[in-house]
Ligand binder design. Structure first.
Ligand code: DMJ
Length: 597
């Protein structure tokens, strides 16, 4: 009993004593309540309130459901609560689809809140299943289904691959008009760059041909210079991705061999790597055309060398590239933006160099985000530098064209004067921004991603061939007739992937089918203007001429490694296929696993 006066309370709560209690015990609680003074009622209220609050803190589950249901879950998440309860009785497929739709609608931190909701035990089980299943995936399963758009992309890949096999097998690059081939690094570039696309599309024969060639014929002993960046992203990246997708040690051994041979690049006075190396002699040097390395090149090798360390257990590769990252991190920048040249001897930026998100600058920014993701978001240096750089882009480089206000990213020539020029290469940015957003970056990054995505699409849509030129200039004058113009020297199309890559991310992250439709339009244009009868695809000279686009007689290896891979993934509706929670794609479209640190 509360407040028994025998226990020494100075204020009694006025419950009736012994006999009186017996006599009255049949009275209703209500009548007793009515007899209490208002002070007594207030005290009872207070005691009950204190009991309630303590219970919430004593029982964590109770507290969790309280806070989750009210304060911490935003309105959007609360709306989903009823559906979540229904999940308990739904089948796995429906659960997966439901979670997929949530992931498209909400940012990562919101999903995390949702997953921690007490009602979500079923979905937590699903997460575990996903993890277990991803250990071995049968890419070549005869039961795999492709949509009709994916089948069209697979056909394009097979056309190109079989022509390359017929006329250029084992050589770096294929020339589909003359049906000849050429060497860049003498490393079977098209095979090694393209093999993981064959895996991802489930093409067993193409994969096995490539694997056999890699096992028997891929050697790194030619007396020849290779470019560290290109060899890393295409050859090392291709081998690592093939290893992760198949767990076949052939790829790991080859990756280790080429990794070792490229290490002497890092023996410069500053430890910033030289751009080129002879794989036979191990002699590294600056490019033939100038004293400096490209900034994007020395900062776009980290995902691959780190991954090599993780799979071999040998820390030396990761150590070499971490030294470069730390060094670049400590260099002075302009609002987080970097000049495009850096000297391997002094370790300094060339301060008069242009700042751009295009050639020689682009993937510096991409790898800041992706390194943060690859290392399980444990190294905030990458995140902070990335955020600062995006703020810098927004304050220094983002403009809108006239008359239709297309958002674009210009350049700072000499690090200072603004130019409304944008390379097609910049179109990787919407995808990277969206990837950052679902990993907790601010909402305005996603807004910029969507605006930039439209601009990149318009770079295709506004051309007579519906294919983008290599470079565009945006109009800034109020009375301009059109938003952009193309100089004759910039009107070629090299079958580049960046826009398709970003469409893939935007579709995967938002679920908006408009991105698939834009991609399909672009794919049709590739079929119409770049297809060579009986020989796959070729880059073209002039996207402004439907009558005479003019073949350039070259199939770039990134068309198979990236462009067609991203088309295929854009038309994939399951967000769990090569989940962005588990894989990070290197700048050449090769899938590398995300580690916990
Ligand atoms: C590819 O080699 C890579 O995507 C790189 O980051 C930029 N250039 C080509 C594709 O355009």
């Amino acid at each position: 009993m509360i407040g028994n006066k025998n226990e020494g309370l100075s204020i009694t709560l006025g419950f009736p004593d012994g006999d009186d209690y017996d006599n009255k015990k049949k009275q209703s609680v209500y009548r007793i309540w009515k007899r209490l003074s208002s002070l007594q009622r207030s005290l009872i209220f207070l005691v009950l309130l204190l009991c309630g609050i303590s219970a919430i803190y004593i029982f964590p589950n109770l507290r969790q459901s309280h806070t989750t249901n009210t304060d911490q879950v935003d309105t959007a998440i609360r709306d989903e609560k009823d559906s979540i309860q229904k999940l308990v009785i739904k089948k796995d497929k429906e659960k997966a689809d439901f979670i997929a739709s949530l992931k498209r609608k909400h940012a990562k931190h919101q999903i995390d809140d949702l997953m921690n909701h007490p009602l979500k035990t079923v979905d937590n089980d699903f997460k575990v299943e996903q993890k277990e299943n991803s250990a071995v995936y049968d890419y070549f399963s005869p039961y795999r289904k492709h949509s009709s758009r994916q089948t069209a992309v697979i056909d394009a890949f097979k056309m190109s691959w079989s022509a390359y096999k017929k006329y250029a097998w084992g050589h770096d690059e294929f020339h589909p008009i003359s049906k000849t081939h050429s060497e860049w690094f003498q490393l079977g570039l098209t095979i090694v760059d393209g093999i993981d696309t064959a895996i991802i599309m489930g093409l067993k024969t193409e994969y096995e041909d490539a694997r056999t060639w890699i096992q028997n014929d891929l050697v790194f002993t030619h007396d020849r210079d290779v470019n560290l960046f290109e060899t890393t992203i295409r050859i090392l990246g291709g081998l690592l991705s093939a290893f992760h997708l198949t767990k076949d040690n052939v790829f790991k051994e080859k990756a280790t061999d080429i990794g070792n041979r490229m290490l002497p690049c890092f023996n410069s006075p500053s430890k910033v790597p030289y751009s080129d190396i002879n794989l036979l002699t191990g002699k590294a040097h600056a490019p033939r055309w100038g004293p400096d390395s490209s900034t994007s090149e020395v900062t776009t090798i980290q995902l691959e060398f780190r991954d090599l360390s993780r799979i071999t257990g040998d820390k030396k590769y990761e150590k070499a590239v971490d030294t470069v990252s730390n060094h670049v991190h400590n260099l002075p920048k302009k609002n987080g933006l970097v000049p495009i040249f850096i000297n391997a001897n002094t370790g300094h930026f060339r301060n008069s160099a242009t700042i751009t998100l295009g050639a020689r600058g682009d993937s510096y920014y991409e790898y800041l985000l992706k390194q943060w993701l690859q290392t399980g978001k444990t190294n905030s240096m990458y995140k902070d530098d990335y955020k600062e750089a995006v703020d810098g882009m927004r304050s220094q480089l983002v403009r809108q064209s006239e008359p239709n206000k297309l958002t674009y990213i210009g350049e700072l020539l000499g690090g200072r004067s603004f130019s409304p020029k944008m390379d097609h290469l910049v179109c990787f940015l919407p995808g990277t921004l969206a990837l950052g957003y679902i990993n907790g970056m601010p909402e305005e990054h996603m807004d910029l991603a969507k605006e930039m995505m439209r601009t990149c699409y318009e770079m295709y849509n506004k051309m007579p061939t519906k294919l983008s030129p290599e470079i565009v200039f945006f109009n800034q004058a109020k009375k301009s007739k059109d938003d952009l113009f193309v100089k004759p020297a910039d009107s070629h199309n090299l079958l580049r992937p960046e826009t398709v890559e970003s469409l893939f991310y935007l579709h995967r992250i938002t679920g908006d089918k408009i991105y698939q439709d834009w991609g399909w339009q672009i794919f049709q244009a590739f079929l119409k203007y770049t297809k060579v009868e009986g020989a796959g695809f070729s880059s073209i000279n002039n996207v402004r001429s439907i009558g005479n686009p003019g073949f350039r007689d070259k199939l770039e290896s990134f068309f198979l490694a990236e462009t067609l891979k991203y088309f295929y993934l854009l038309f994939e509706d399951s967000i769990d296929y090569l989940s962005l929670d588990k894989y990070v794609f290197n700048t050449e479209g090769h899938a590398l696993p995300i580690y916990s640190q």
